[in-house]
Design a protein around this ligand. Structure first.
Ligand code: MLT
Length: 263
């Protein structure tokens, strides 16, 4: 699978299919594996561009991680692969935080936004301090501490135990430098609430009904603040929508993308 060389590292990416370009950006501290089912289900209809965020998965360059840099990496990747059309940016959780930056920094490259299990608020000072403390611990103790803290919040009550085991192992295996850098980048991220009324591209908000990290109430509020946005609350899912309810997620996303093509 290809890598795009950056001045300070290399970005792993995958490209599937043809048609309307759709960028799938995973959450914290995940990888392109989040989109495995999405890729199988939707690459026959659209061009799916799947980067791994700097420092996570197979991408390097952790030390320069910020939300702005994550967004610029996506823009640089589009240039690298010669994709000159504007894209649909699908961002899950931390990928959604990146999507807000992408809107602010690269509006001209954006056809539409899909905000999956995410929200626009910055960290509270306490939350930011906790993230910085966790970042230091991760560098000493490894990513397992993040997996242990996140697992009880990530999945809805119906998720299969094997799915939980699989993701516990994946998160525990995430590169500690990238996990620490992402924690600091999230702690430092901008308030995107004032951005919401400025969003002038078609937007879909997707959330799992049992999401305990970015709740349906947060999604309803975000949806209400974005002009003309569409809201899909997916039953039987927690925060990990693309792997917990892949079919329902793909159907809702597909419906939104078809609407764009027909617009
Ligand atoms: C994510 O899923 O990307 C994170 O849980 C987001 C966060 O910690 O704010």
């Amino acid at each position: 699978m290809p890598h795009a060389m950056m001045a300070d590292g290399s970005l792993h990416y995958e490209v599937y299919g043809t048609g309307l370009p759709v960028v799938l950006v995973h959450g914290f501290p995940l990888s392109a594996k989040l989109w495995e089912s999405t890729i199988a289900g939707l690459s026959g209809q659209w061009k799916l561009i799947v980067p791994e965020t700097r420092g996570l998965g197979r991408s390097t360059g952790a030390h320069h991680a910020t939300m702005a840099r994550y967004a610029d990496d996506v823009a640089d990747l589009l240039e690298h692969i010669g994709e000159t059309r504007s894209v649909v940016f699908v961002g899950m959780s931390m990928g959604g935080y990146t999507a807000f930056e992408f809107f602010r920094r690269h509006r001209d490259r954006l056809r539409a936004l899909v905000l999956v299990d995410t929200h626009p608020m910055p960290d509270t000072p306490q939350k930011a301090a906790d993230r910085r403390a966790t970042a230091q611990r991760v560098l000493k103790e490894g990513s397992g501490i993040v997996a242990d803290a996140m697992m009880p919040l990530l999945f809805g009550p119906q998720a299969a135990p094997e799915l939980l085991d699989e993701w516990q192992a994946i998160i525990s295996g995430s590169p500690p430098e990238g996990v620490a850098a992402a924690l600091r980048a999230m702690a430092d991220r901008a308030d995107s609430v004032p951005t919401l009324p400025m969003i002038d591209v078609p937007t879909q908000v997707l959330v799992g009904e049992h999401d305990a990290i970015t709740t349906p109430d947060m999604s309803r509020a975000m949806h209400g603040a974005i002009r003309g946005a569409r809201l899909d609350i997916i039953l039987g899912s927690g925060h990990m929508l693309p792997v917990e309810q892949p079919k329902a997620f793909e159907d809702a996303l597909s419906d939104f993308l078809s609407g764009l093509e027909n617009a």
